[in-house]
Design a protein around this ligand. Structure first.
Ligand SMILES: CC(=O)SCCNC(=O)CCNC(=O)[C@H](O)C(C)(C)COP(=O)(O)OP(=O)(O)OC[C@H]1O[C@@H](n2cnc3c(N)ncnc32)[C@H](O)[C@@H]1OP(=O)(O)O
Ligand SMILES: CC(=O)C(=O)O
Length: 540
């Protein structure tokens, strides 16, 4: 069978920016566009020029891309010509070779939202697309609410799409704007549109994830003949998001029937970069990456259960649908109360601790992990704390210092100017192996309406304020994420704190602390981070 071209259209910078809580800067947009271009996306929808200063500035500073940079806007309004519509003019003035306009294809929206006749709307679509084509640009028509419109009035939904197609639109994009259409219905309707005269290689699909079916709906549309796929990185987008390109692209390249039938602009070499791109976007958004994200999540190839880990060590394909390296991800064998000796030996090996099969220390470590998890600890993500526990049991733990005491005070009061002040102060005294002692001190003070770093930060700063010979190693540690939850430790409610760290070499690790007292639980996790870093950097 001859291979067909499937085109990938990214709308992270437009529909992705419609996600609640997402606000890209122009520099963020440039960085994301460059990453999409390296990946091999065919079209990058950069935003709506004229709608807001960031989008306008992005098109002024848009990077040169191999991908077709696309400006987005809406069809002209009734009662004026395409040439005289100021909103459309701002879109055209971005000067992109490709322009995508959204327009109504559902009769109800034409009447209720625009308040014009169906014939006027059809003419607005025709004239707007013809205006783009007359300027020698490539035109796309996003048929908003197409599937809902087709179900209510198929003749009018098709009339709107035909108007764009006959005016020269390169792509007519069928949008499931409200995200409620299920995949089998999408497949049926796409087939009917093709049968009605708009060929599949002129049809795009744009789905939303309101029933968690955006990716499935997109694949159904491709099966039915659509040859342009729209989506966003990490599934960003209005409400529940858009079709997730970070899932769709690996599926299209690695899974049948797509892998044998289609070429996309993304090569297998570029696909290896997709995990990094997904995490780069989360970094830009200052979000913690979703561990369970298919293909790219940190848990996508994590084998926690003892039975799974045992089989994985014999042959990874026993519990993996693809090799993680194909998408730039990695296999993890975490430790937890679900683990057996296979998980344990694998984890110890990764930490450079070689323990023979059947060594009685393995049983002791497992028992200790299971007892600690029963008390509220959780080691499956806090691998650094697990390593310290295992080293202790194996007699391979060097303690470079001990904490003699710590003290934290937090106070809320009014200062002399009458402002509310929240103040945290901490002192930590440590003793080194040679018997010498040092005391670290930290105090922060802020009016309450400014940023307050709180008692845990004060404790962290005091702990690492004066660690004598180890100072340079400790200074470079940064806290990346801090998670707190109340959990049951045996019969008592306790606080569990998990903290992620990163050092100057880009190495990341996580630790856990548990206590009835949130500050003490945090301190345990902070201390483990430093103990682990010193062992990794100083122990041969
Ligand atoms: C399904 C989608 O995701 S489409 C993308 C939607 N994205 C956005 O809306 C983000 C960017 N939008 C904006 O910044 C603003 O809405 C702007 C600048 C475009 C317009 O702002 P305003 O002029 O203040 O209009 P407002 O947002 O209140 O309303 C939209 C207007 O466009 C009209 N309109 C909506 N869709 C279309 C269309 N396809 N063709 C023509 N006119 C349209 C509406 O009827 C309304 O006009 P009215 O106020 O005369 O009733
Ligand atoms: C155009 C678009 O984003 C939608 O209809 O969902």
């Amino acid at each position: 069978m001859s291979r067909e071209r499937l085109y990938l259209y990214d709308t992270t910078l437009r529909d992705g920016q419609q996600t609640q809580g997402v606000q890209f800067s122009t520099a963020d947009k440039v960085q994301i566009a460059q990453a999409l271009d390296r990946l091999g996306i065919d079209y990058i929808e950069g935003g709506w020029p004229g709608a807001n200063p960031t989008d306008s500035a992005f098109f002024e500073a848009a990077p040169k891309t191999r991908a077709k940079m696309t400006a987005f806007g809406m069809t002209k309004r009734a009662g004026r010509s395409a040439e005289n519509d100021d909103v459309l003019a701002a879109v055209m003035n971005a000067g992109t070779g490709t322009v995508c306009l959204v327009g109504k294809s559902h009769d109800y929206h034409v009447e209720a939202a625009l308040g014009i006749t169906l014939a006027e709307n059809t003419e607005n679509i025709r004239a707007s697309i013809a205006h783009i084509v007359a300027q020698g640009r490539e035109a796309l028509f996003d048929a908003e609410h197409f599937f809902d419109g087709y179900k209510s009035n198929p003749e009018y939904a098709l009339e709107a799409c035909r108007a764009a197609f006959q005016a020269g639109a390169r792509w007519v994009v069928l949008c499931d704007t409200n995200g409620g259409t299920l995949p089998d219905e999408i497949a049926r309707i796409v087939s009917e549109v093709i049968a009605a005269g708009i060929p599949g290689d002129r049809l795009g699909i744009h789905t939303h994830n309101d029933t968690e079916n955006a990716v499935a709906g997109t694949l159904a549309a491709v099966e039915a003949g659509a040859r342009q796929v729209q989506g966003t990185l990490n599934g960003l987008g209005e409400r529940c998001g858009n079709a997730n390109l970070t899932s769709l692209i690996p599926t299209l390249l690695l899974k049948e029937p797509y892998a044998s039938r289609f070429d996309t602009g993304v090569s297998h070499e570029a696909l290896v970069g997709i995990t990094r791109i997904s995490r780069m976007l989360d970094d830009i958004l200052n979000r913690v990456s979703l561990r369970q994200a298919p293909y790219v999540g940190a848990s996508a190839f994590a084998h926690k259960a003892g039975l799974h880990a045992s089989a994985i060590l014999k042959n990874p394909d026993t519990y993996e649908h693809i090799e993680p390296e194909l998408v730039g991800n990695e296999r993890i064998i975490p430790m937890s109360n679900q683990a057996g000796q296979s998980n344990l030996r694998q984890r110890l090996g990764e930490a450079g601790l070689v323990v023979g099969k059947g060594d009685p220390a393995l049983g002791r470590i497992l028992e200790r992990v299971k007892a600690r998890e029963d008390a509220g600890y959780s080691y499956d993500s806090a691998q650094a704390s697990f390593e310290l526990l295992a080293r202790d049991e194996l007699g391979q733990l060097t303690e470079h210092f001990e904490v003699e005491r710590y003290r934290v005070i937090s106070e809320r009061r009014r200062n002399a100017k009458g402002q509310i002040v929240v103040e945290s102060e901490a002192v930590v005294t440590v003793q080194f192996r040679d018997g010498s002692k040092r005391t670290g001190y930290f105090k922060n003070e802020h009016p309450q309406d400014l940023h307050d770093d709180g008692p845990v930060n004060a404790l962290w700063q005091a702990l690492k304020a004066d660690l004598g010979p180890f100072q340079s190693l400790i200074d470079e540690i940064k806290l990346r994420d801090f998670k707190v939850r109340i959990t049951n430790g045996g019969t008592e409610a306790v606080t569990r704190v998990i903290i992620d760290f990163q050092d100057g070499q880009g190495r990341r690790w996580a630790t856990v602390g548990v206590s009835p007292n949130i500050v003490d639980a945090s301190f345990e996790a902070l201390l483990d981070a430093i103990r682990w870093k010193l062992i990794r950097d100083l122990q041969p």
